[in-house]
Design a protein around this ligand. Sequence first.
Ligand SMILES: Nc1ncnc2c1ncn2[C@@H]1O[C@H](COP(=O)(O)OP(=O)(O)O)[C@@H](O)[C@H]1O
Ligand SMILES: [Mg+2]
Length: 255
Amino acid sequence: MSKVIAFYNNKGGVAKTTTATNVAGVLSLKKKKVLLIDGDPQGHTSLTFGVDSDELQTTLGAYLTSNWSAKKASKYFIKVNDYLDVIPSNQSLSDFIIDVSSEEPKTRNKHLKNFIESVKNDYDYIIFDMAPAVDIVLENIVEIVDDLIVVAVPETYAVKNAETTLKITDDKNVNVRYIVPTKTQLNTKTHKFMLENLREVAQAHNIKMTDTYIPNLIAFSEAVSIYELPLALIEDSRYKNAKKYYEKLVQELGY
Ligand SMILES: Nc1ncnc2c1ncn2[C@@H]1O[C@H](COP(=O)(O)OP(=O)(O)O)[C@@H](O)[C@H]1O
Ligand SMILES: [Mg+2]
């Protein structure tokens, strides 16, 4: 049985995609079978692996619209390595959300559950990179997620959104395991101060903030621009320092 993990915050730009793709990369190097699913119509998950999903027919939205199981779709998955498969998304996921919006919640919220059911024994981890939205995809995730990990930058807007995110997830009784601070600049007073605020937000919702912070390093975006891969999967001595953060995070999360 796979463990279902979702990286979420209802704010954009906080490193959800960077975290989901790097955690998936680290796990694949540990020989864990991972299915990484893009839950955001912007399509950044597959773009991290050099695949522009704009014109693709083989995306999550298309599979859900056609009522395909993940098993049936599996021959079209992007095979990154022996252990990591990726399902891309594009605008068709938004179209799907509109299509099913008039369904009863008990039907509308089961589409992802039905979709992944057929591959739950094929993967150790099914990881969702989420959109910064409170939408039907989130409602579907709530039905299936084992660990929801909130990703947040220690800045005023993102801390506020982390709080909103936790209120939403508290209301839905979702098991949120951690807040992960990202893009941290601990040499600044603002980030040091806001990190404490973020910790208080975590405590107020009875969850832990990870001891692992992902620092603000250009290497994370450079890796994608130059190599079309998440940093975790690149063999380049220049990235030795940056690579250790997501390795440490995976260890701390206990995956
Ligand atoms: N640790 C980091 N240090 C510096 N830049 C980062 C880091 N993590 C992500 N970024 C960059 O920040 C931007 C937003 O990250 P992304 O993962 O796309 O966020 P989200 O999925 O939450 O919108 C991207 O340009 C990405 O390359
Ligand atoms: Mg993203």
